[in-house]
Design a protein around this ligand. Structure first.
Ligand code: SF4
Ligand code: SF4
Length: 388
């Protein structure tokens, strides 16, 4: 880097492109971060995200210098988003609504951030002269929270997310890898202390130890990344969380101190803040595509989202959902049919018990999907046990 160019100028460029945080580090991870990754993958905590366990990708995660020849610096960048505009209790109490993680209320941050990273990269080219660089948002084999900690952008809390002292943890991270030599910042200090609020509040006990989240138990993974039938023992613990989960961040004391954000660049949409379950459950393929255009919520697809909505309906105790759930027994997606079966068995004690049993028995005769058949057998058995 030309000696006359200070890091402050680079930070100003990042801020001008819409980033809130910008910090610098060498492309080297600590032995603890590497060991933690090995332990996580070794214990299968990545669930069905098989790409995370591929040997090549694990090695690349551990060796950021392997991502770009001649790399000298990692620039860690953070963008704030608004916190959930309701308390943990208000979110859970909204039984006719589904809770969606706050970062997903608006546009997809991957798209927004990628554009900003590319614009920032062009600015750096102009400032520093010719050098190679790569930009990353979430998807590449990059340990973003570890690099953010090394760069001093924030420490990794016990829930494994990055916490900044002034801005809290409602942050989205991106990275710019560059061959330019830029003096590294000091690593972040750890400020969780003896707090265990995130571990205690987690509905599914997915934070199995400080700094270790077992994705297979985490509602964020289950509702967004996981494609199959949700494990039975976790369904009732999911409550009304239909896309992601903010609980561990909502209780974090560092988010109480976070500054108010004036402009969320993801443009939160009112219709995604505690949306009505019924409205979502009635979406067909085209309606789903239209409703979630440019939104991250399209990621699990219609089947995945309606699966999550069916679970929330089953957990609601609201008999108004019985008829829509009966209708969903004829849905083209086994994932939707199967979770509708489970939800109906949950609502059985509340109303229309005879009709629920009659419909489930009817579908037992006409269903061909093995997983849905299992759900039908299990639900009818559960209902039978309630009556003995
Ligand atoms: S996102 Fe939710 S389920 Fe996952 S660790 Fe945090 S509180 Fe637990
Ligand atoms: S809730 Fe407590 S332990 Fe968890 S990340 Fe925040 S400060 Fe750390």
């Amino acid at each position: 880097m030309p000696e006359s160019i200070s890091k402050d100028i680079i930070r100003e460029l990042a801020l001008a492109q819409g980033f809130d945080l910008c910090a610098f580090t060498k492309p080297v991870l600590s032995p603890q971060h590497k060991a933690q990754l090995d332990m996580w993958v070794g214990n299968g905590m990545h669930g069905e995200m098989g790409y995370m366990a591929e040997a090549v990708r694990v090695e690349r995660r551990k060796e950021p210098e392997s991502m770009l020849e001649g790399i000298r610096t990692v620039i860690a960048l953070g963008m704030k988003h608004v916190p959930p505009p309701y308390s943990l209790e208000e979110g859970e109490d909204a039984k006719a609504s589904g809770a969606i993680a706050a970062y997903a209320h608006g546009d997809d941050y991957h798209d927004v951030m990628k554009k900003r990273l590319k614009a920032f990269a062009r600015d750096l080219d102009a400032l520093l002269g010719p050098h190679d660089q790569r930009v990353y948002v979430d998807t590449a084999p990059v340990l973003e929270h570890a690099l953010a900690e090394r760069a001093g952008l924030g420490w990794q809390g016990k829930h494994t997310l990055t916490i900044n002292r002034e801005h809290g943890s409602y942050l989205m991270l991106g990275e710019l890898f560059t061959t330019a030599e830029i003096e590294p910042d000091e690593p972040a200090q750890f400020h969780c202390g003896s707090c265990t609020a995130c571990i205690d509040v987690c509905p599914t006990k997915a934070i199995v130890a400080p700094f270790v989240v077992d994705a297979r138990l985490c509602i964020s993974y289950l509702t967004i990344e996981y494609r199959g039938f949700i494990p039975l023992d976790l369904r009732s613990l999911m409550g009304n969380r239909i896309y992601g989960c903010d609980d561990c961040q909502m209780v974090c004391p560092w988010n109480r101190k976070a500054e108010v954000i004036e402009l969320d660049q993801l443009k939160p949409r009112d219709e995604n803040v505690l949306p009505e379950l019924l409205e979502l459950f009635e979406l067909d393929d085209e309606g789903f595509r239209e409703r979630f255009r440019k939104s991250p919520i399209k990621r699990p697809g219609r089947a995945g989202l309606l699966r999550n909505v069916a679970i929330a309906m089953g957990n609601s105790g609201n008999p108004d959902y019985i008829l829509p759930l009966i209708k969903a027994l004829g849905d083209s997606e086994p994932l939707v049919r199967g979770h509708a079966v489970w939800a109906l068995s949950c609502l059985y004690p509340h109303s229309k018990g005879e009709e629920i049993v009659a419909r489930l028995e009817y579908h037992l005769q006409h269903e061909s999907d093995e997983d849905v058949l299992n759900e039908l057998h299990r639900s009818l058995k559960t209902i039978g046990e309630l009556n003995t």
